[in-house]
Design a protein around this ligand. Structure first.
Ligand code: MG
Length: 340
């Protein structure tokens, strides 16, 4: 157990004795991987025979802890999901910490433990990393950067490129929308709803692998993080020069998110998700993909939420519960900064 008083000091990042203690007692202890334990300046990794996907993401979420996770778990899920929706099996992660002087060691350990646990669940190895400590006030508590490498099976190299999409194709999602953004918001604003909102933060690589292994029908997939479902679908409509129609009654949404969005005037289609994937598939294949999805706990509330259409090319239109239609635009401005 670490004492509540133990804090990160500038000397934990200076390359000397205290930094080595921090690395040994915290990072190496929890991130246990062969490449990392060699403590070389760069990880030496086995060659991959297939194409690789490579991505990076920085995490500056505020607050660091939220219902359903913390910045450590999020730093794994975000990068793992970007690899997975690109058709890659995530293999290696790098993790860099930028820590503000005075940050509680106890909190850092909780974050490191969840990061390690999520990496294990996702089946990725943390093979290299870095630690910097900056003076008090020079960064806000803690920032994490992760980069990830995955191997792309040849059959999956087009799944993120939106090729061959045509009118009639269906759009699927693996569960309720807006949970992450509203969970973070609920902590910031200290809301006390009867149905508390929990972030959907999760690594989707196993679910996505199950789908890609059993179906050749995925034409496009992406994780609707910042900017939400609306932003991904608008990009897709723009790229394909086709229209997209979303059916409001089919959109899975939790009671808590519905209540918060109504109260705060947010459109749930613009709210960030951290454990969701949008998939476009041919009509005859969509039902099968939905079945595969629903067998996985991370897809049990999956649904077909809309379709690709000839009408209104380049635009996303919501068919409202009331029968009317309205255009759903890309998010402008940032109503929820530092959400990831
Ligand atoms: Mg992404």
């Amino acid at each position: 157990m670490r004492s509540a008083e133990e804090k990160i000091l500038l000397s934990h990042g200076n390359g000397g004795k205290m930094m080595h203690q921090l690395i040994g007692n915290l990072f190496l202890k929890h991130f246990a991987s062969e490449a990392l334990s060699e403590q070389t300046d760069a990880a030496i990794l086995a060659a991959v025979t297939q194409e690789i996907a490579f991505t990076t993401d920085s995490f500056v979420i505020d607050p660091l802890f939220f219902p359903g996770g913390n910045i450590g778990k999020l730093a794994v899920c975000g990068t793992v999901n970007d690899l997975a929706v690109s058709g890659a099996d995530p293999m290696y992660l790098s993790v860099s910490f930028i820590i503000e002087e005075g940050f509680p060691m106890k909190d850092l350990e909780v974050i490191v433990v969840s990061l390690a646990e999520e990496a294990r669940k996702a089946g990725v190895s943390i093979v290299t990393g870095d630690t910097k400590v900056v003076n008090k006030g020079k960064c806000d508590k803690l920032f994490i950067n992760t980069a990830g490498v995955g191997s792309v099976r040849p059959g999956n190299r087009y799944v993120s490129k939106a090729k061959g999409i045509q009118p009639g194709d269906l759009i699927l999602i693996n569960g309720s929308i807006g949970d992450h953004g509203m969970a973070v918001m609920s902590v910031r604003e200290s809301f006390n709803f009867r149905s508390p909102v929990v972030s959907d933060c999760a690594s989707l690589n196993h679910l996505i692998k199950e789908i890609l292994d059993q179906s050749q029908g995925v034409k496009f997939m992406r994780d609707p993080t910042r900017g939400g479902v609306a932003t991904v679908l608008n990009e897709l409509a723009g790229k394909t020069k086709l229209g997209i129609e979303i059916d409001e009654t089919a959109l899975p949404m939790s009671k808590g998110v519905t209540a918060m969005c109504e109260l705060l005037g947010f459109d749930p289609l613009h709210i960030a998700n951290e454990g969701k994937v949008l998939i476009v598939a041919a009509e005859e294949e969509a039902g099968r993909i939905l079945e595969i999805m629903k067998k996985n706990p991370l897809g049990s509330c999956g649904a077909i939420i809309g379709r690709v259409v000839d009408d209104h090319p380049g635009k996303v239109v919501l068919k409202a519960e009331t029968g009317g239609k309205r255009i759903i635009d890309t998010l402008t401005g940032d109503p929820l900064p530092r959400i990831c």
